[in-house]
Write a protein that binds this ligand. Structure first.
Ligand code: HEM
Length: 551
């Protein structure tokens, strides 16, 4: 049936399409250098069909790595409808472009699905951004995404980073240790409790989310935690599915964002609406509860209460920043650390020899009468190696978060035009078989110092992003993850779960592919190790309760 609005949309689409292509070729002509190699696309639409028709089940980072191998280059170029993407598959390219030239490559791509459709909020922040996609001038103010990693370089983003630095730099982390200690204890108890349901994911999520909820909002009650953990779980779904550049066609062809929500094919818009609701609920619900004037005085001191006291209500901008950073920390910590802990558990389950070696180290260094603590970390290199290897074998964000160039540039004789999305393929770098022999095997020993052996570059260099955008929550996250891995190994053996017939259940090493990637649900069992005293966790509990746990 004739529908005037759709006809207009299609005419306008063709016009914009022509504009993009013109723009793309103009840029190319302006440079005497060639673009990096990559899949040959069709005129005008580029590699659109290749991207759309690709039904391979390989994770995206592997597809990019294979593309690099096909074109015999560690840097590849993909053009879809004039949208330019460059993927960096080697440590050398990532270091040179995203670290050393970070002044050019620290912005973020438009990411229409994530920023525009699912995440912008009204802000009082002035327009000071490095590219026009970061801020949209709207009738009521400025619309910006409150999700820090999605913002380009701007005053708004600088304020966010400054706040994160203040609260999560290594120097201040010991103040969160009592909370982490208490909650790891609760976590370990839940794993060995008869009510444990065999699937560790929910328990790990509860542990990681409870820590950040306590640190940021002072939330401690079980009921509140259960509620907010569920909220975070829903909200993270949006980021998992929309975060990778090009996950939705609208990222390449922004005009699509104007099609009416009811139209066939507009499922992405309806989905974006749901995700936006969940993300905003995550940011606003705990904040509103705490900011209610009568609870603020009685609330447990935390990131939010400290800041609300510091900035009076007339400093609206600062309050807005605190609210966003609190929500961001909550969303960032809820899924990332969970993924890394689950990867460690899954690979420890498959490698009982690694478990035994780690337990030997733990027993020698700290004995069997207390849980490992932060002060032991340097003396436990094998536990550290397990954590680093878990991040290497499966980086939490295999493609990191895309960066975006704000100037024309040339790298190794290739032209990188301004306005190119640049992806640092962390997983490809960390699976380079020359640097990490047998890269698909879980081998913590590769990180152990030995006479005459040079250690490979640590996964911590690539697993937390690059240059000016490097993750500001890195050290806080590593504390949370390390304590969980060390705690599990010192108290439990991880074994296969058994079905009702007593048969062991296989736990597949299989991952959900997305910007944030985590193991698909798997089952395993945690059985308490024998302790010299025979009292096992009970003895640990009493020793733990003697420490400074007042969280
Ligand atoms: C294992 C846990 C974590 C991993 C693997 C991780 C990884 C990353 C990565 C890869 C980036 C993108 C960096 C880039 O664009 O180059 C990032 C950004 C970010 N992360 Fe994390 N992260 C973790 C935990 C956390 C935690 C606990 C917090 C907060 C307390 C946090 C806050 C942030 C923020 C605010 C950004 C945005 C930085 C910016 O765009 O300037 N992250 N993280």
């Amino acid at each position: 049936m004739f529908n005037p609005s759709s006809v207009c949309v299609y005419f306008a689409s063709s016009f914009i399409l022509a504009y993009y292509i013109y723009h793309h070729y103009q840029r190319r002509i302006r440079s005497k250098f060639p673009l990096p190699p990559g899949p040959k696309g069709l005129p005008l639409i580029g590699s659109l069909f290749k991207v759309m028709r690709d039904k391979s089940t390989k994770p995206r980072w592997r597809k990019y790595l294979d593309m690099g191998k096909t074109h015999i280059s560690d840097i590849i170029y993909i053009n879809v409808l004039g949208d330019r993407t460059i993927v960096l598959n080697s440590a050398a390219a990532v270091t040179e472009i995203l670290e050393r030239r970070s002044g050019i490559y620290s912005s973020r791509p438009p990411a229409y699905m994530l920023k525009d459709l699912s995440g912008r909020v009204a802000s009082s922040m002035p327009l000071q951004a490095s590219n026009q996609f970061d801020c949209i001038k709207a009738g009521t103010g400025t619309l910006l995404t409150w999700i820090t990693p999605m913002n380009g370089v701007s005053l708004w983003h600088r304020l966010h980073r400054k706040t994160f630095h203040q609260y999560f730099q290594p120097r201040v982390l010991p103040r969160y240790h009592p909370v982490q200690r208490r909650l790891v204890f609760e976590f370990l108890n839940s794993l060995v409790n008869p009510s444990y349901d065999g699937c560790p994911a929910g328990y790990v999520r509860h542990y990681a989310s409870s820590i950040i909820l306590r640190v940021v909002y002072g939330i401690t009650s079980q009921e509140d935690r259960d509620h907010y953990v569920r909220l975070a779980d829903r909200a993270v779904q949006g980021i998992v599915h929309t975060g990778n550049h090009g996950s939705f066609l609208v990222d390449y062809f922004p005009l699509l964002k104007h099609i009416p929500t009811w139209m066939p094919g507009a499922t992405f818009k309806r989905q974006a609406k749901v995700w936006k609701h969940s993300a905003l609920e995550l940011r606003d619900a705990p904040w509103e509860k705490l900011a209610a004037s009568n609870s603020i005085e009685t609330a447990i001191p935390c990131f939010v209460t400290e800041n609300i006291e510091k900035f009076s209500s007339d400093m609206h901008r600062m309050q807005e920043t605190i609210k966003n950073c609190a929500g961001m920390a909550y969303i960032a910590a809820s899924d990332t650390s969970v993924s890394l802990i689950l990867t460690a558990i899954l690979h420890l389950l498959h490698n009982p020899d690694v478990q035994s070696k780690a337990q030997q180290e733990l027993d020698e260094v700290i004995g069997k009468a207390r849980l490992p603590d932060f002060g032991d970390r340097e003396k436990l290199p094998y536990i550290e190696a397990i954590m680093i290897e878990a991040l290497r074998i499966h980086p939490v964000l295999p493609l990191s978060v895309p960066h975006y160039s704000i100037e024309d540039d040339v790298y190794q004789g290739y032209f990188i035009p301004k306005g190119t999305t640049v992806i640092g393929n962390a997983a490809a770098v960390l699976h380079d078989e020359i640097v990490y022999p047998e890269p698909y095997k879980f081998k913590p020993d590769r990180w152990m110092k030995q006479e005459g052996k040079e250690l490979p570059p640590s996964s911590l260099l690539y697993g937390f992003g690059y240059g000016r955008r490097e993750c500001p929550g890195k050290h806080f996250a590593l504390d949370t993850v390390w304590l969980a891995i060390a705690g599990i190994l010192s108290t439990c053996n991880i074994t296969k779960a058994v079905d009702k017939d007593g048969q062991g259940i296989e736990a597949a090493i299989d991952y959900v592919d997305g910007m944030l990637s985590h193991p698909k649900p798997f089952k395993c069992q945690f059985s308490l190790r024998e302790f010299e005293s025979g009292a096992a966790l009970g003895a640990l509990k009493s020793s733990l309760l003697c420490s400074d746990v007042k969280a």
